[in-house]
Design a protein around this ligand. Sequence first.
Ligand SMILES: Cc1ncc(COP(=O)(O)O)c(C=O)c1O
Length: 410
Amino acid sequence: MMQRPVMVADPAAWIAQDDAQAGAQDDAQAGAQDDAQAGAQAGAQDDGTGHDEPGPDGPVLFFCAAALEARHLAFRDGFPGDVTFAVKANPSEAVLAQLWAGGMRAFDVASPEEIALVRRVCPRAVLHYHNPVRSRAEIALARAAGVASWSVDEAGELVKLLECGLPAGSEVAVRLALPVAGAAYAFGAKFGAGPEAAVTLLRQVAEAGMRPSMTFHVGTQCTDPAAWGAYMAEAARCAQAAGVTLDRLNVGGGFPGGRDGGPVDHAPIFAAIRAGLAGFAQPLALVCEPGRGLVADAFAYGVQVKSRRAGRVYLTDGIYGGLVEAGQIGAGAFVVRGPDGQVRAGETAAFTVFGPTCDSLDRLPGEVALPVTLAEGDWLIFAAMGAYVQGMSSRFNGYGDWRQVAVAAL
Ligand SMILES: Cc1ncc(COP(=O)(O)O)c(C=O)c1O
């Protein structure tokens, strides 16, 4: 029989409870051990995601469904168009099912695996395949799955779609790339056509009998609303120069999560996007496809201190696991809690922080300020960890798996 997930108040309460349970288990082991009950207690923390066997002291992904619901509502209320979700940011059934239940009807997918996942969890969802480079085999599979919208950033990719029998009237979004700043890292170096090439592509899409749209991605964790404004102004110029009326404009993802541990307000970005509409000759339907900005803040990631030495700390997870983004865009904000759940405040010192694998590259960038009272068994609870953890953590050295725990608040 499936166990019902048990909700705990917050990560601190779970840590304290886990500690108390460990103590209780020690007592029980000294006397008569009740294995069945111990198993039920451990299982009661699990939400059924399958990530429940990370080892005895593995990382914990704290998921707050209420926070996800609140952020989804904020997008629906504040974004002046259709809100979709970039599945790659958090390819988990729990998140997809909740977004679907909350009224989301379209998802951005980037691979056959993501298509299959969405079809499994929400079979009637509309699929936007916005990875602009696809093999013919992937196109065939996506067509069979009923993909409704495609992006292209080069004539060869449009030709591929046409040769694979894309029916006339399909939505094809030309992906624009501009050298704008403001993101943790830009995506323009890999995908996207410059303005001149985008104009040519728009014409080709229209001539092929498809519905021309445009799309862009300002780069992930973008905190500058002006980036969206710059892209929208250029998209308007491209559409005018090509002489096409855009079917829709997809303003991508890039919305930031609270990696600094503070609250996130997307309202200035929504305002910039609303203002950007004025640059278009006709009223225009908008779509966004946030990944990080929608899901990151609904999760926190807890890793424990395995070993503390002079100037060095070894954690139960690192850059090959859930802290993978630390190596790319720096470790986000975290709180240190002792085994009783209490915050360890006070004086700090600089530590080199290593992950659990045998690779010396497995360390957080730079030196990390940690409390001088830090001890083995303490927890580092990283904020805004709902994006690019599930899909990107590897099982190198047998580490990197986590247990998911439902919390009422983060
Ligand atoms: C086409 C596309 N859309 C949306 C996203 C989501 O980006 P973010 O998580 O920065 O919102 C990505 C990320 O790679 C992407 O490639």
